[in-house]
Design a protein around this ligand. Structure first.
Ligand code: PMP
Length: 359
């Protein structure tokens, strides 16, 4: 078997011989995603609403940027050597991004994930060569939580790292140096509001910090939060950390604490919007029907929040959000009438759009 250093050399020499505008491998193709003008919603609101098409990253989600940044940072700091093992606790997308980068860099990838996540994501991780351990979905305070299990597993191995996406700030940094500047360029600096939901907080804090600095504080940064998360209450009460209660069918978003990636940026947010699942599911189907966009539920939460924020900011306002990933990863749930009904959300699909729930 060829060694990882040989593989990296092969990539580098490929770059030098092609002498073209091509990007270099998986890592080179992360980022520079389009900003999509959401025509129907913009017309309906009299505002300009945009979605950053992060589902177009080569691993299919916004988390590819964090995966590349975290591993590049670890390599730079000498925390991992060729042939090493990357271990992470993840609801799926970070793991998928990491699994791709691990193939491209010759690392082994081990993923611990809550057993509530979709089978599509588990299958994909295994197809990408990752070892996957579904574990009970217990809160962060419980030692059996997927993050603690990932950390302990990595600590027992030689040449292994726990990438710690929640508190490793190389995650938010990726968005500060890439997603934020791309949005600024794509809107030509005309952006009144940015809103998105958080899992680790990397996207919100990284993009938000950049846009706030670049606009000299003119761009408002808002949080979108599903049920079962504590951050809406935290932001709107000025720092009150409540017990987690309620739940959501969305995956990858909602948080029980202020992570290091969100950090003190949480105090710089202009406000927060609570987005219930009913609104998100309805938007998911509307986005498909009117914009032709097939996105996951966190993207739908984000778009509902973008519409609400644009309405708050008034006619003509320009608001950007994130289209985090595609619906392919969740289709057995989100496009199954039975699954939605069993989660009390059958009524959320508008009658005229029930035809899309074909599974
Ligand atoms: N949407 C999806 C589908 C995700 O998987 C994640 C990450 N868990 C997010 C949104 C949130 O991104 P971040 O971790 O940067 O807050």
């Amino acid at each position: 078997m060829e060694s990882s250093s040989q593989r990296i050399d092969v990539q580098q020499s490929r770059e030098s011989v092609t002498n073209s505008n091509a990007v270099n491998g998986f890592i080179g193709s992360v980022g520079n995603t389009p900003l999509i003008y959401l025509e129907t919603l913009s017309e309906l609101t009299g505002c300009k609403i945009y979605g950053k098409a992060e589902f177009q990253n080569p691993g299919g989600s916004v988390k590819d940027r964090a995966a590349v940044s975290i591993l590049q940072d670890a390599e730079k700091k000498g925390r991992i050597k060729p042939g090493g093992t990357v271990v992470e606790g993840t609801a799926g997308n970070t793991g998928i991004g990491l699994a791709h980068v691990c193939r491209a860099r010759g690392y082994k990838c081990v993923i611990f994930m809550p057993n509530t996540q979709s089978q599509e994501k588990i299958n994909l991780l295994r197809m990408l060569g990752a070892e996957v351990y579904p574990v009970p979905a217990v809160p962060y305070e419980d030692p059996l939580n997927y993050n603690h299990q990932a950390k302990e597993y990595a600590e027992k191995l030689e040449n292994a790292i726990w990438t710690d996406q929640f508190d490793n700030t190389a995650n938010a940094y990726a968005h500060y140096i890439s997603t934020g500047p791309e949005i600024w360029e794509q809107t030509k600096g005309e952006i009144d509001g940015f809103v998105c939901a958080t899992g680790t907080g990397g996207t919100l804090a990284g993009v938000g910090k950049y846009l706030k600095e670049r606009s000299n504080g003119r761009t408002q940064i808002w949080l979108a939060d599903p049920s079962g998360s504590v951050l809406y209450e935290y932001v709107t009460s000025g720092g009150n950390l409540i017990e987690r209660s309620g739940s959501s069918v969305t995956e990858g978003i909602g948080q029980g604490r202020v992570t290091s990636n969100l950090g003190t940026f949480v105090n710089d947010l202009t406000g927060a919007l609570h987005i219930p699942d009913e609104k998100a599911i309805s938007m998911l189907y509307q986005l498909l029907d009117t914009e032709g966009l097939y996105v996951g539920s966190s993207s739908a939460v984000n778009v509902v929040a973008a519409v609400e924020l644009a309405q708050k900011l008034g006619k003509g306002s320009k608001v950007v959000t994130i289209l985090c990933d595609g619906a392919y990863r969740y289709q057995s749930r989100l496009f199954s009438k039975k699954w939605l009904e069993s989660n009390g959300l059958g009524h959320a699909i508008p009658d005229s759009l029930k035809k899309y729930a074909v599974l």
